[in-house]
Design a protein. Structure first.
Length: 491
């Protein structure tokens, strides 16, 4: 079955600009559905070009209200109508006018009243919205419902005039306040003509005890700022005047209210505005707590990294004072291992999450190791490590450090040295091979009998921390140290 995008491309004359405009409308039309207590369907004309008379209509989007029950229990997206099957949609498209006052029709058990609104863009009608409401519910409308519907009529007129969605929107529709959160209706001078119960509650929690209606909203908000308001570039009377689309957080010592101001236009003139409000005190404080927590965790990683570097410096100082070459080498190995852990914590200190871009860690480990080599080495890496959780990255960094240094110290040839890593990663497992061209391990090598501390560390970390396995094999004059582990082993 063809997708909606494929149907639109094959059966309509919509340009890329037309489709972008309709995408903007779909992103914001939950507001329209909620204000009008109605299901909305977006129809686009089926025709080859704008000079050709449409042969019908194609439904490309459907939204249900959150303020009322839906009138469609089935999905209508992809439905098609031939020309003449719905005269109201035909009329809205051909005449560019909103078609209202239709007779209710029985749909299932409900009497449904339909209205159609043309969508104007760049002086062309590019689509039609059909609005479907329960006619019985409309007979006993409350003051809230009357105000919502009057506002909806204003915005539908803006759609028909090409003024909605408002260009250069400065907010993300999915995060903006919604009609059910609270709505305030303003006249052309910013005076409150209506406030929903939820809007009154939001301002009551912010400290306003009187009725909101018949007050200038900007004056109300400025009176709630207290004796020590936060510095602002503009006064609230300007922000919520309704002259332009605005999004701002109002904050005082009682709470935080998210506000979205949207002007209502008619024929190019502003006739008022609506202000959607949402008390987000707990949400913002929770976000702030998460930001503080993340900053604290990053600071901890930064301090751990600094402490590890201090330990490394102390070990280096001690190694210089030790005359026994075996003890000095052991201290040097300890320095190397501590440095590997410090690299992981340094990466976490600059990360916004508890994850590590391990390719960066690997590059640092290899760079540090090569600096200790006395002759040139050819490096290669096939594949990508990607992102690992912090709990997994630390033991993995130690394992790879030991394998690389084991190759540098025992496995590489005197001339023509090569060292490469091959990484294969799936959604749940990772396989890493560290390969060198040296003489390799003895034929009778066994993990259990090896006295090499580095290899014992590798085996212990692989089995206990990574919950994986490791093998050492000789393949075509190369030594392969292959590490395999489940990515989901550590949460």
């Amino acid at each position: 079955m063809a997708s909606i995008d494929e149907l639109v491309a094959a059966q309509t004359a919509l340009t890329s600009a037309d489709r972008d405009r309709l995408s903007e409308l779909i992103a914001e039309w939950q507001l329209l559905a909620d204000l009008s207590f109605a299901d909305l369907i977006l129809w686009v004309p089926k025709r080859k070009d704008y000079k050709t008379w449409p042969e019908g209509h194609l439904a490309i989007a459907h939204i249900r209200p959150t303020t009322a029950a839906t009138v469609f229990t089935h999905d209508v997206i992809g439905s098609e109508l031939s020309w003449g099957a719905n005269p109201r949609i035909d009329q809205a498209l051909s005449q560019g006018e909103i078609v209202r006052d239709s007779q209710p029709e029985l749909v299932g058990d409900l009497l449904i009243k339909e209205e159609t609104i043309p969508v104007l863009f760049e002086e062309r009608i590019i689509a039609v919205i059909s609005r479907h409401r329960d006619a019985v519910q409309m007979r006993s409308a409350s003051r809230l419902e009357i105000n919502y519907r009057e506002i909806a009529h204003n915005i539908y007129r803006m759609v028909a005039e090409g003024a909605f969605p408002i260009q250069n929107s400065i907010y993300r529709a999915e995060s903006a306040p919604r009609v059910g959160d609270g709505l305030i209706r303003l006249d052309s001078v910013g005076n409150i003509s209506y406030a929903s119960p939820n809007a009154r509650s939001a301002f009551s929690r912010a400290g306003w005890d009187a009725e909101l209606e018949n007050h200038i909203l900007g004056d109300v908000m400025e009176s709630l700022m207290g004796t020590s308001p936060k510095p602002m570039e503009e006064r609230w009377r300007v922000i919520v005047s309704g002259e332009q689309l605005r999004r701002a957080d109002f904050e005082n010592d009682r709470g935080i209210v998210d506000t979205l101001v949207m002007p209502l236009m008619q024929g190019g003139d502003r006739i008022g505005a609506i202000v959607l409000v949402h008390n987000v005190t707990e949400l913002r404080r929770r976000d702030q707590a998460l930001v503080t927590k993340d900053a604290t965790i990053r600071e901890i990683h930064h301090r751990v990294k600094n402490n590890l570097q201090t330990v490394s410096a102390l070990l280096r100082l001690q190694s210089r004072r030790v005359e026994d070459p075996i003890a000095s080498a052991a201290l040097a190995e300890a320095v190397r291992r501590v440095a590997s852990i410090a690299i992981v914590h340094e990466t976490l200190a600059t990360s916004s999450t508890e994850t590590v871009q391990f390719d960066e860690v690997y590059d640092r480990i290899v760079h540090n190791a090569i600096e200790l080599s006395s002759h040139p080495i050819t490096l290669a890496k096939h594949g990508s490590f990607g992102v690992f959780a912090a709990q997994l990255a630390t033991p993995l960094a130690l394992v790879i450090t030991e394998l690389i240094h084991n190759s540098l110290e025992h496995g590489l040839a005197e001339t023509g040295d090569t060292l490469r890593a091959e990484i294969m990663r799936t959604s749940d497992r990772c396989t890493i091979a560290i390969i060198d061209n040296g003489e390799g391990l003895p034929a009778d090598f066994q993990w259990e009998q090896s006295s090499n501390l580095g290899l014992q560390i590798v085996r212990t970390l692989t089995e206990n921390e990574l919950r994986g396995s490791i093998t050492l094999k000789r393949i075509d004059n190369e030594t392969w140290a292959t590490l395999e582990f489940p990515i989901s082993a550590i949460r």
